[in-house]
Design a protein around this ligand. Structure first.
Ligand code: PMP
Length: 353
């Protein structure tokens, strides 16, 4: 019996993934290099005893949404939570995309925006960023006027370039885009400015966030968005019932008791990011200024893929973006602990010698 063919419009697209190889220094997926605070783990272990595992979880994730609403000073009705911010993005495409509709993206940017659009049968209208990776508002105008996208994706700070959009650019896109504007702020805590300040009832803007980076909880898969209540209500309708398990809901709610520790981590990463950038200044590489927990750089005298392999040979794994459109020769390194960053810089200097 032949296997059934999958949906034709999927076009056998390759999934988005980074190799998970065993190395001493893993700087390829922009996670936090530090474990969560010990106090959080203890509180979570205690909470585990109280979970009614024979019952479905609270479908509305009420306590978690209230805690996030308090944290961001919004109403709980403006908070939607999901299994990682990727599931938030997928829910947005399910609710607002679909056949006959499109999303707009500005490349190079986070590959999952267009990937999830394709998976949900949504067309993708693509514009290019300027050579310095900033948004070109003329391009934004042309793309949104041509495609009239249901969703316009921004990513600030942008993965994989590290640059954040400034408030005037986000305001301008809001003025141009006909549908919903989604600002993906997976790395928002590392930046000087957040589009959260522009979220208001009546404004078609949502901001997505994640617990995977600063909160040191990538393994828990928890993300959320802040936006107008009617958008949140639509997302609740498309998401699967009971999609957020009780354990995850508790994990997120308890994490919000450790804001001080989270801010300390952000401070450390930002200091280390500046230290790596300063060290890059003494090496034959071009690096882009970053407002994130990673840095995009391009070795000037060697092929990016060779440098990637040279680092791997020294047990340091970074992201090889050298063959991605618009990123010829570039690599992306996640900021690690001071020791990991020392190991990375020493390996890079040795490879480039
Ligand atoms: N948005 C961006 C820009 C990202 O880089 C990532 C992580 N790679 C995500 C969203 C997804 O994060 P999460 O772990 O919350 O699904």
């Amino acid at each position: 019996m032949p296997f059934p063919e999958p949906r034709e419009d999927l076009g056998l697209r390759e999934g988005y993934h980074s190799p998970q190889v065993n190395v001493s220094v893993r700087l390829n997926t922009n996670e936090s290099p530090l474990p969560p605070p010990a106090g959080w783990l203890e509180a979570l272990a205690a909470e585990l005893q109280a979970i009614d595992f024979n019952r479905y979880p609270d479908r509305g994730a009420t306590d978690l949404r209230h805690a996030l609403a308090d944290f961001h000073e919004v109403r709980p009705e403006q908070v939607f939570c999901a299994n990682g911010s990727n599931e938030v993005l997928q829910s947005l495409c399910l609710a607002y995309g679909g056949p006959g509709r499109s999303v707009a993206v500005f490349e190079p940017t986070y590959a999952l925006h267009s990937h999830i659009a394709h998976l949900t049968g949504t067309a993708v209208a693509e514009g290019q960023r300027r050579p310095d990776f900033s948004l070109d508002l003329d391009v934004v105008y042309d793309v949104v006027a041509g495609a009239e996208p249901a969703i316009t994706f921004l990513c600030s700070p942008n993965n994989p370039t590290g640059l954040a959009d400034d408030p005037s650019a986000v305001r301008a896109v809001l003025g141009l885009a006909p549908g919903l504007v989604v600002v993906d702020e997976a790395y928002g805590q590392f930046a000087d400015w957040s589009a959260l300040s522009l979220v208001e009832e009546g404004v078609p803007l949502v901001v997505t966030r994640t617990f995977s980076k600063t909160w040191s909880m990538a393994a828990a898969r928890l993300g959320y968005l802040i936006g107008p209540a009617p958008v949140v209500e639509m997302l609740e309708r498309v998401v699967l019932p009971y999609h957020l398990d009780s354990f995850k809901q508790a994990a997120g709610r308890l994490a919000l008791r450790f804001v001080g520790e989270m801010e300390e981590r952000v401070g450390l990463i930002v200091r280390e990011r500046q230290r790596i950038l300063a060290a890059f200044g003494r090496l034959p590489v071009t690096a882009w200024p970053s407002q994130s927990n990673f840095i995009l750089f391009r070795p000037e005298q060697r092929k990016g893929s060779e440098v990637w392999q040279g680092l791997l040979d020294r047990s340091v794994l970074v992201r090889d973006t050298s063959s991605w459109p618009g990123l010829a020769g570039c690599l992306r390194v996640t900021v690690g602990t001071p020791e990991e960053n020392d190991a990375f810089l020493a390996a890079l200097a040795a490879v480039l010698k």
